[in-house]
Design a protein around this ligand. Structure first.
Ligand code: FES
Length: 214
């Protein structure tokens, strides 16, 4: 089980974890950019932070990010950067929503009791709007960026019983369509939901809204 896995690391596992730790931000952003090439995934335009003065860069990096959802179709994922981390916005299909109830007994924290989301997302879908998941694309095991594996079954190199969700290629943690960690992997927390709120039917602000349940 997860809590004892750290005592049984091989040298290879330790090396991989060190690699993750020392270059986490680069890995997350590279992974996020790599994802954009995949089907159904888009990235919002980011300001070029490196071209700004340090003070302006720091202010901009910490500021809330406004996102247009007008071009986001059901089953597709949009990636934006907020506070140097990728934020995933998944427009869930009815099938993805149905899958949440189906896998409830396979995830560690099905009712979101851990403080990994704002109060207004501590519900069955971990979201303000059931069809829209807003979650940090940062693995809660060691900070790598998982990848989408939305197809049920073995179609994307997953086992036949795979219900669809996200997989972290670093050490194999996996998450469902609400970012809930599956049991028996190294991640012991759900993916974090950042504070956010909706300005309209198609405008979202990340970094502003109800705080975590802590
Ligand atoms: S960083 Fe280890 S499983 Fe994701």
């Amino acid at each position: 089980m997860n809590s004892t896995a750290g005592d049984l690391k091989t040298e290879g596992e330790t090396a991989r974890e060190t690699d993750c730790k020392t270059d986490t931000r680069r890995r997350r952003l590279v992974a996020a950019v790599a994802l954009v090439g995949g089907s159904g995934i888009t990235a919002a335009a980011f300001p070029l932070l490196s071209s700004l003065a340090p003070s302006a860069r720091a202010r901009l990096a910490a500021a809330p990010v406004e996102v247009d959802l007008g071009d986001l179709s059901p089953g597709h994922l949009k990636i934006v950067e907020w506070r140097a981390r990728p934020v995933w916005i998944l427009k869930r299909t009815p099938e993805m929503l149905a899958c949440l109830a189906e896998v409830a007994d396979r995830v560690l924290d099905p009712e979101s009791k851990q403080a990994q989301q704002p109060k207004n997302c501590a519900n069955a879908t971990r979201s303000i709007r059931p069809n829209l998941l807003v979650v940090l694309g940062v693995c809660t095991h060691f900070g790598c960026s998982p990848v989408p594996r939305f197809t049920r079954g073995a179609g994307e190199g997953m086992p036949a019983e795979w219900p669809g969700g996200f997989v972290c290629r670093c050490h194999g943690a996996s998450f469902d369509f609400a970012g809930r960690a599956f049991k028996n992997t190294l991640a012991v927390k759900n993916l974090e939901v950042p504070p956010h709120r909706y300005l309209s039917e198609t405008r979202l602000v990340i970094g502003d809204g109800a705080e975590s349940t802590t």
